[in-house]
Design a protein around this ligand. Structure first.
Ligand SMILES: *Cc1c(COP(=O)(O)O)cnc(C)c1O
Length: 368
């Protein structure tokens, strides 16, 4: 055998070099797919679970804090977990077009997976309230983007109606396959830690993700893969907290546009998860969200979008309640690059502009 052949074999036999097949193949036995399902994947899932020292230290006791960085999925948010399932099943059913309402990430993800599957994607967005990165994605992935003068809740009403009247598949989180795909994040956490965490902190918008995580934790628990179930701690922005204040919010408002939702469709499922897990729903202010966002960025090197930072903001706000020795996982739902405006406007970086292109000037600005 030639040396090259030998090297090639070692390389490809190395387990670490085997590509992750995407979450449907990885968790096939746990998902409603068959041999006939065409798998539309961008190899989503297997996102890192990162220990965060600066957050643990702020809590100040023997408490381990990890973040599940789902912003590292192919389109930059956890929505890809649900979309690989929703689009694969839509394709299996012979659908030629999908539609969704979106605060941004659902549209980016739906567009990417639909186009990969050769399906048309229509996305309805609230005009002016979608972060730039997300809009850019939907456009580049070839969706037909429809911006309405109205908020997310209104957009969702319209797409629900449209999908009843016309042959387009709805891929918002009312689509049950979305939650099936999203539950795999809970599997990954248990597969990695060897046990469920004590607390799961998660931002809530339509509350599909918290419901999906709970489904995943329960399924693994029932199968004996974990011995405990986490407390589900759901966080909303104060200006957009229907589940915390237990009422529909007509005009939700927050810097965290991904969770700017006043009437969550998965309300009942989320409330059931809270009750069964002895969890809690709390609100965090935009200021607390931005504070957590900055800590993650400048102390941990983790850039998430503001909605995602609500999970860490909530943890820090309620840290007194965590028993000593606990393991906590905060879900970071989306990538910081999605919302560059928020980043540029909310940081404490030293940014010297308009410098003369000379060593002397630059060195002086550096404090040398
Ligand atoms: C969609 C989204 C959420 C909210 O998830 P729900 O399932 O609607 O509760 C939170 N953060 C980001 C970044 C999102 O894209």
């Amino acid at each position: 055998m030639s040396l090259l052949k030998k090297l090639e074999q070692t390389f490809f036999n190395n387990q670490a070099m085997h590509p992750w097949p995407g979450l449907i193949e990885a968790y096939r036995d746990w998902l409603p797919v068959t041999d006939k399902t065409p798998i539309i994947t961008l190899q989503e899932g297997a996102t890192p679970l990162i220990p965060t020292k600066s957050i643990s230290e702020r809590i100040g006791r023997e408490i381990k804090v990890f973040v599940k960085y789902d912003g590292l999925n192919p389109t930059g948010s956890f929505k890809d977990r649900g979309m690989t399932m929703a689009i694969s099943k839509a394709k299996e059913a012979g659908s030629e077009a999908v539609i969704c309402a979106s605060t941004g990430n659902t549209s980016a993800s739906a567009a990417a997976y639909a186009r990969r599957g050769g399906i048309k994607a229509f996305v309805l967005i609230p005009d002016g309230y979608v972060a730039q990165g997300k809009l850019a994605q939907a456009l580049v992935y070839g969706a037909e983007v429809l911006a309405i003068r109205g908020n997310f809740d209104k957009a969702l009403d319209i797409v629900r109606e449209l999908s009843n009247k016309f042959p387009v598949t709805l891929v918002n989180s009312v689509n049950p396959f979305r939650l099936q795909g999203q539950k795999t994040a809970a599997f990954e956490i248990i597969d990695y830690l060897g046990e469920a965490p004590d607390w799961l902190c998660i931002p809530m918008g339509n509350a599909g993700n918290i419901s999906a995580y709970w489904m995943g934790f329960e399924e693994y628990f029932q199968a004996g893969k974990s011995k405990k179930l986490p407390r589900m701690m759901g966080f909303q922005a104060s200006g957009s907290a229907p589940l915390v204040f237990n009422k529909v919010i007509e005009n939700p408002n927050t810097i965290a546009t991904a969770i700017r939702i006043g009437n969550p469709v998965n309300k009942e499922k989320a409330i059931a998860a809270k009750k069964k897990s002895n969890g809690d729903f709390k609100d965090v202010t935009d200021e607390e969200i931005i504070n957590a966002y900055k800590i993650l960025g400048k102390e941990e090197g983790i850039f998430c979008e503001p909605a995602s930072a609500a999970s860490v903001a909530g943890l820090l706000k309620h840290k007194e309640k965590i028993p000593n020795g606990s393991t906590v996982v905060c879900v970071l739902t989306g990538n910081g690059l999605k919302d560059p405006d928020c980043a540029i406007n909310n940081n404490e970086a030293k940014f010297y502009k308009d410098l003369d292109p000379e060593i002397k000037t630059v060195a002086k600005a550096m404090g040398l």
